[in-house]
Design a protein around this ligand. Structure first.
Ligand code: ASP
Length: 406
């Protein structure tokens, strides 16, 4: 067995053992949480230097601005299109299963406060792209302004001729060293994922978990079904990109389990990059597409938000017209894109969708208890979608590159 395969088996064993230990032993397992946090912190430690060096060493070889433009345009189209497909899937499946039908809730009129919800206007989203202070943006974990700066710097370096070349080579060297360092951290992942899952499932214990999930069981099943359908839709795109979908998914499994274990697509970025390279996507495409996707592309979150909005409307007996359902599709896509890759931020940005279609914000109170679990499921799809995006961009830019050099 190759080393990545051994690691994958160890991670899978860690994940299953973590869920089982939390389920059986209950709150005792919470004491193991620090081991998981250690793993998470070690991954997070690499994100900032990784994003900067990955973008510069990913964009600079694309060289001319038009190549960068082509890769960015394909990535952008993929993000928008796949997110809209995800939200449409969420609305259709919620319409078929009708998880909230017959609940007959009256709006209690007391607003549920969701921390940070006031920060979710589109204006503030656009304004977060440029930060006057990169250091404070980095300290706040805002990836977008850092990425924009790295992208512009990469273009400037690519245009600087011989003076820029040694700098680009230095950054490429740094990026390779970082990936090696991340490889070392990944040896911790079986234990880290075990501890994260054991502590989280242990908080409730098996019975408590079951009680929480079955209280809104149909809703959980609906979100799960939507995410499952979208997983396979994306797998179809992998085939179009010329990769064998089952092999691609197997190579990506380490990233998917890490996403489920951490509930954070940002923390999973280093693992996802490692997997994409291993799956055969060209390194400079991985370095460009995956950080960009991790900042903006959240298919799973958008799908969950669309489903949650329809569920809340059904619970309160609010009939949504076709136009309103269209608004859910579009605003959930925007809300997904504006969600950060950290645990349970999607339930905060869900407010954008509820406000846009005038649904009662207190509906969030019905789904908040199971959010930690659904968050892990949607994060897995967020990471899968970015992996698929990188395969697609690789294929489409590869064809164009070959045509240009012919
Ligand atoms: N946890 C998700 C992620 O990291 C975001 C969310 O939906 O809350 O991608």
């Amino acid at each position: 067995m190759h080393a990545p395969d051994r690691l994958l088996v160890a991670i899978l064993v860690g994940a299953v053992a973590g869920v089982a230990a939390g389920w059986w032993f209950g709150p005792v397992m919470v004491g193991w949480g620090w081991l998981g946090d250690l793993f998470l912190d070690a991954l997070k430690m690499t994100i900032l230097p990784l994003v900067i060096t990955a973008i510069i060493s990913g964009v600079a070889p694309l060289g001319a601005a038009h190549s960068v433009g082509r890769a960015s345009a394909i990535t952008g189209v993929f993000i928008v299109a796949s997110t809209l497909v995800a939200t449409t899937t969420g609305v259709i499946i919620a319409g078929i299963i009708e998880p909230g039908a017959g609940a007959g809730h009256q709006s209690p009129g007391s607003a549920v406060t969701v921390a940070g919800a006031s920060d979710t206007s589109l204006e503030s989203l656009v304004r977060t792209i440029i930060s006057p202070n990169l250091v404070s943006a980095a300290a706040d974990g805002q990836i977008l302004p850092i990425m924009l700066f790295a992208l512009l710097l990469a273009l400037a370096l690519a245009g600087s001729g011989p003076r820029g070349k040694p700098v680009i080579e230095l950054v490429e060297g740094l990026n390779e060293a970082l990936m090696r360092l991340i490889g070392w951290i990944l040896y911790l992942s079986p234990v880290g994922i075990f501890a994260l899952l054991a502590a989280r499932f242990g908080e409730l214990g098996g019975e408590g978990f079951w009680r929480e999930v079955t209280s809104v069981g149909r809703y959980v099943v609906t979100v799960g079904a939507g995410l499952g359908v979208h997983f396979f839709t994306l797998a179809g795109l992998v085939t179009l990109a010329g990769f064998a979908p089952h092999r691609y998914a197997m190579t990506f499994l380490r990233a998917l389990v890490t996403a489920f274990g951490t509930g954070s697509s940002a923390a999973t970025l280093p693992v996802a990059m490692d997997c994409a390279v291993q799956a055969g996507v060209r390194a400079h495409i991985v370095r460009f597409v995956l950080p960009l996707g991790t900042a903006l592309n959240r298919n799973g979150t958008a799908l969950y938000q669309a489903t949650a909005a329809i569920f809340i409307a059904q619970v309160y007996g609010i009939d949504l017209s076709l136009t309103q359902q269209g608004s859910v599709i579009v605003t959930a896509a925007l809300a997904g894109i504006s969600t950060a890759g950290v645990p349970q931020h999607g339930i905060v940005t869900l407010m954008i969708v509820l406000t846009a279609v005038h649904l009662p914000a207190e509906g969030i109170g019905l789904i908040v208890a199971v959010d930690w679990f659904l968050d892990r499921c949607r994060t897995t799809i967020n990471v899968w979608s970015n992996g698929v995006g990188s395969a697609l961009v690789d294929r489409l830019t590869g064809a164009a590159d070959r045509a240009a050099s012919a």
